[in-house]
Each structure stands twice: as structure tokens, then as C-alpha cells.
Design a protein around this ligand. Structure first.
Ligand SMILES: Cc1cc2nc3c(=O)[nH]c(=O)nc-3n(C[C@H](O)[C@H](O)[C@H](O)COP(=O)(O)O)c2cc1C
Length: 371
């Protein structure tokens, strides 16, 4: 087994453990809906279906990218593909870097036949883009018939991984080149440490179509890397002693999401642990909500997605929102640490508590996300 495969299997084993989650909150518990006692809607008519990457979804949900490159990873991708198709939600695959090292591992990611109707999203690390010609990156997408490519940003994980690649210089330029040339949309995602508005702005300027904020409060990649402790067989040639103390490093999902949605289309992820969390992300303006760990540990990911869809529909009903467009304007209160962090970043939490009606007159006094 190669060192990358060993690392991937170790990541899977560790990510299933509850103590690999952040100790601090992603902020969903700081968010509360304004209850609507007079919804004037029939719950059975409420529709949370949507279109993403030109494909219909039964709910605005996505299984965020996780794995591949090992037999275990392949089995997981196959299970998740079947579940995502059954539930009618989008599926992200894990990093396809193993395919660039060994083309035979394509079989671990080739799940299109199992999920013909849903958006399928390829995945590669931003630091890996500089190592390979663009044709190889295009092949990652075409060989699995993906509808988009997610490029992941994981500087925290690399910084605390003994054999991590800590040279992120030139990454932004490389992302821009991929956006220019790739025939499918590019999504840039964090991996649990949270994107902020200036980063999102740069990415949209470079041609990225969606960002996935993936804030802190869910899976902690620094905890996983500390627990793994580097390669066992004598270690890699470039291994270094990573600095301790970064277990709780990261920008929580709620303020991260609010920063990103003020810039462009954003997928909310990082600590989404229920359909209620997903509903809150959607009401704050997310295009979709993604989760990784819950779908990975669930014995029945399709059932889990169906439960989350019903929670989203019920929250829509109780806010008087007949569709997702209205729901994205439902009043929500953001309090506590999330509100404090937002204010310190110049964002106005009350923007979300007094959402504008759909057809607000353009009178020059439009409300702003910012204080
Ligand atoms: C087992 C596991 C493997 C992951 N591997 C990848 C990966 O290969 N590429 C990637 O972009 N993100 C990867 N992630 C990060 C997730 O996509 C997500 O951004 C992060 O886990 C936060 O979501 P969560 O709190 O719902 O787990 C992985 C997450 C898990 C749990």
C-alpha cells in the first residue's frame, strides 16, 4: 500500500470518531428562526427541490467530498453514490490526487453509472494544481463524467501534517488558470477551517462559480492529523515536527457563510449536523448545504437525507416560505458568539432578522449585509 493510501485509510478511521470534531460550535445554535403563526400555506405543497449544475435535486443538499484512492474509499464512494441518487442530492468525491499517481485508482471514483441523474463533483487539492498539466486536471473531470470540479483549500491540515505541503504560493494563479480552461464550473472549498469574504472575492474574480465555506465547528482536520501523528514507516523524507496548539483553529461556519454569501453563490458546510442546521444555512442565503462526516458515519445516508429534507420543508412551512427563494429571505436571529464575530468583521447580524420582502422597491435605501 502506498503512503498516500495508508494516510487516506487512517483519515477515514479517525474521522469516524466523535472526538475528531471541533470543541467549539459552528454557530448553528446561535441562529433562530422568526416563527410565522399565519403561514397561509399547505405543508404538503411546500417544495424544496432545486436545480444545481443543471440537474434537479429533491432538496438543496450535498454530500461533501471525502475519499477515494483505497479499497475502503472506493466502497464508501460507491455507497454514497447509490444513496445520493436515491435521495436526489448532489455528491462530491474525495481528492482525486491518487488518480494522478496511479491511473488504476480511477475505478474508486468512477461512480457515474450508480448516480446518473445527480450532480457529481470531482475534487483536487489547490496545492496539487501546480504539479500537473491542465490536461491531467481536465482528465480528472472527464474520466468520471463530473459536472464540476471542487478545488480544496486545506492550509491548516497541511500545516499540522508532518509530511504536509506547506507551500501555498502560486495557488491562486493556478486556480485562475483552471477556471479559464476547464469546460465545467469550478467550486473552491475549504475543508473545515472557514473561508472569509476577501478570499471569496478573489476566488469569484478568478472565475470560480461557487465557494463552499466549510467553516469550523464540525470535523477538525488538525485534530485528525495530530491523532494520526504522521507516517508510521520511518516517515517521509520531508517530514517535520508540526507545531502543536491548532486543534481549535478555524473560522466558524455561520460567520464564514455570512461573509461568503455577501459576495457570491455559496455552499454552506462545516458542522451541518441536521436538516435544521441545513435550513438555517439556506435561510442565511446558501445555495446548498453540504455535510461530510454525518453521511460518512450514517448506516443509511439516503434515509438521513430524506429526514433532513423533511426538516427543511417544515422550517419553510413555519416561516411561511413556499419555495427556497422565499426561504432565503425568512427572518432569522443571529445572536451570541456568531453575532459578535460578525460585528467585529463589519457584518450586520440584524440584516438577517429583518429580511426584505421579495419585491422591495429599489429606492436607493436597500439593506446591506454590512454595518
Ligand atoms: C473522512 C473525510 C475525508 C475528507 N476528505 C476530503 C477530500 O478529499 N477533499 C475535500 O475537499 N474535503 C475533504 N473532507 C472535508 C469535507 O469535505 C468537509 O469540508 C469537512 O469535513 C467539514 O464538513 P463536516 O463538518 O460535515 O465533516 C473530508 C472530510 C471527511 C470527514
Amino acid at each position: 500500500m502506498s503512503t498516500i493510501s495508508e494516510r487516506k485509510d487512517a483519515h477515514l478511521a479517525l474521522a469516524a470518531k466523535p472526538d475528531m470534531q471541533y470543541g467549539h460550535s459552528s454557530g448553528f445554535d446561535d441562529v433562530q428562526f422568526l416563527h410565522n403563526s399565519l403561514p397561509e400555506l399547505n405543508l404538503k405543497d411546500i417544495d424544496c427541490s432545486t436545480t444545481f449544475l443543471n440537474k434537479k435535486l429533491s432538496a438543496p443538499l450535498m454530500i461533501s467530498g471525502m475519499t477515494g484512492g483505497t479499497e475502503k474509499g472506493a466502497a464508501l464512494n460507491h455507497n454514497l453514490a447509490v444513496a445520493a441518487e436515491q435521495a436526489g442530492i448532489a455528491l462530491g468525491l474525495g481528492s482525486q490526487r491518487p488518480m494522478l499517481k496511479d491511473a488504476k485508482t480511477l475505478a474508486h471514483y468512477a461512480v457515474r453509472e450508480l448516480c446518473p441523474s445527480i450532480p457529481l463533483i470531482g475534487n483536487i487539492g489547490a496545492v496539487n494544481l501546480r504539479e500537473y498539466p491542465l490536461e491531467k486536471i481536465e482528465w480528472l473531470v472527464s474520466s468520471i463524467e463530473a459536472d464540476a470540479l471542487a478545488i480544496h483549500l486545506n492550509p491548516l491540515q497541511e500545516a499540522v501534517q508532518p509530511e504536509g505541503d506547506t507551500d501555498f504560493s502560486g495557488v491562486f494563479h493556478a486556480i485562475g488558470k483552471v477556471c479559464e480552461k476547464l469546460p465545467v464550473p469550478v467550486i473552491v472549498k475549504e475543508t473545515g477551517a472557514g473561508l472569509n469574504a476577501p478570499a471569496a472575492q478573489s476566488l469569484f474574480d478568478a472565475g470560480v462559480k461557487f465557494v463552499e465555506c466549510s467553516g469550523s465547528g464540525g470535523t477538525s482536520w488538525s485534530k485528525i492529523e495530530y491523532a494520526r501523528g504522521g507516517e508510521k514507516k520511518g516517515g517521509a523524507a520531508n517530514a517535520r515536527l508540526p507545531p502543536s496548539g491548532f486543534e481549535e483553529w478555524g473560522y466558524p461556519t455561520i460567520p464564514s457563510l455570512c461573509e461568503c454569501v455577501s459576495i457570491g453563490p455559496t455552499i454552506c458546510s462545516g458542522g451541518v449536523r441536521s436538516g435544521m442546521d441545513a435550513a438555517k444555512g439556506l435561510a442565511l442565503g446558501a445555495t446548498l448545504c453540504g455535510a461530510a462526516q454525518p453521511f460518512f458515519v450514517s448506516p443509511d445516508p439516503a434515509k438521513l437525507a430524506a429526514e433532513w429534507r423533511e426538516q427543511i420543508r417544515t422550517a419553510m412551512f413555519l416561516t411561511g416560505s413556499k419555495d427556497l427563494e422565499q426561504f432565503s429571505r425568512a427572518p432569522v436571529f443571529i445572536t451570541g458568539r456568531s453575532a459578535e464575530l460578525m460585528r467585529l468583521r463589519g457584518l450586520d447580524p440584524s440584516f438577517y432578522a429583518m429580511s426584505a420582502p421579495l419585491e422591495s422597491p429599489s429606492n436607493g435605501n436597500e439593506r446591506s449585509h454590512y454595518l
